[in-house]
Design a protein around this ligand. Structure first.
Ligand code: BTN
Length: 251
């Protein structure tokens, strides 16, 4: 019997591009033309985008890939895919980086390896009449080298190779990531957000501790109590419980 963790999911195409400005742009362009889903990865992404308008640098040998989807749902439902992606990423990194790798998820969707940022996720979408008709789940993983540290970033970047000595190609990484994503997505679709929420919190960094969320207009410090049914961060602050839908978190 084949190992379910490394079986390529049915109905999912795979494209490997030598160069791309951004695989998220490719995925959004491709999504309206596909029947099922498609992963697009590239060996050279030269205008990668990060969260909150930041650039995403991709040193050679790292992973840059996006899943093109046509969810046809509300934006709030589509946003839950960032938690699906975070869990799948954590599974895929654990599979390649070995048992000594200390992995944690940082809300909303960074993956930390030995306390540094090893991977990030950027969801982008297009749609009409309040429905998301094309979704790009963009994922960057520092497989080979950490990019230079950005002063505004909450965590220093690290890479799997530099932390563990293990080298993995983007194609082999995708062979772990795609099945893991398909499994978590099927749980979301069949059981709803609750098991995803619980699994995320089981791996969340600094749950129960004092953290700071910067939203761009405000800085909110409080005890990290959990995440709600929409994926918002719940902080217990001096002014009461607050739900933070989007922010950068600092420990
Ligand atoms: O800021 C973050 O942490 C999110 C980074 C997301 C980067 C990935 S790389 C593949 C995809 N294409 C992009 O332009 N961005 C995402």
């Amino acid at each position: 019997m084949s190992d379910p963790a490394t079986t390529w999911p049915e109905g999912v195409a795979r494209h490997v591009l030598p160069r791309s400005s951004s695989t998220n742009s490719d995925a959004l362009r491709l999504a309206p033309q596909i029947e099922g889903k498609a992963w697009i990865i590239t060996h050279d992404q030269f205008q990668g985008r990060g969260r909150r308008g930041r650039d995403w640098e991709m040193p050679k040998g790292n992973f840059a890939g996006s899943l093109a989807l046509r969810p046809d749902g509300e934006p709030g439902q589509a946003a839950l895919y960032s938690f699906v992606a975070a869990l799948a990423l954590a599974d895929a990194i654990a599979a390649v980086a070995g048992p000594s790798a200390r992995l944690a998820l940082k809300w909303p969707n960074d993956v930390l390896l030995n306390g540094g940022k090893v991977a990030g996720i950027l969801l982008e979408s297009s749609g009409q009449a309040g429905r998301v008709t094309a979704l790009a789940v963009g994922i960057g993983v520092n497989l080979f080298a950490a990019p230079p540290a950005d002063k505004s970033a909450a965590f220093a970047p690290v890479s799997i190779r530099e932390e563990t000595g293990i080298t993995v190609s983007p194609e082999d990484f995708l062979d772990q990531l795609a099945p893991a994503f398909a499994e978590w997505e099927s749980r979301l679709l069949s059981e709803g957000f609750e098991p995803i929420r619980k699994a995320f919190l089981a791996r969340a960094a600094r749950l129960g501790e004092i953290i700071t969320a910067r939203t761009g207009t405000a800085e909110i410090t409080g005890r990290f109590e959990g995440i709600d049914a929409s994926g918002a961060l719940i902080l217990a602050t001096a002014a009461g419980r607050q739900a933070v839908p989007a922010a950068d978190v600092f420990f």
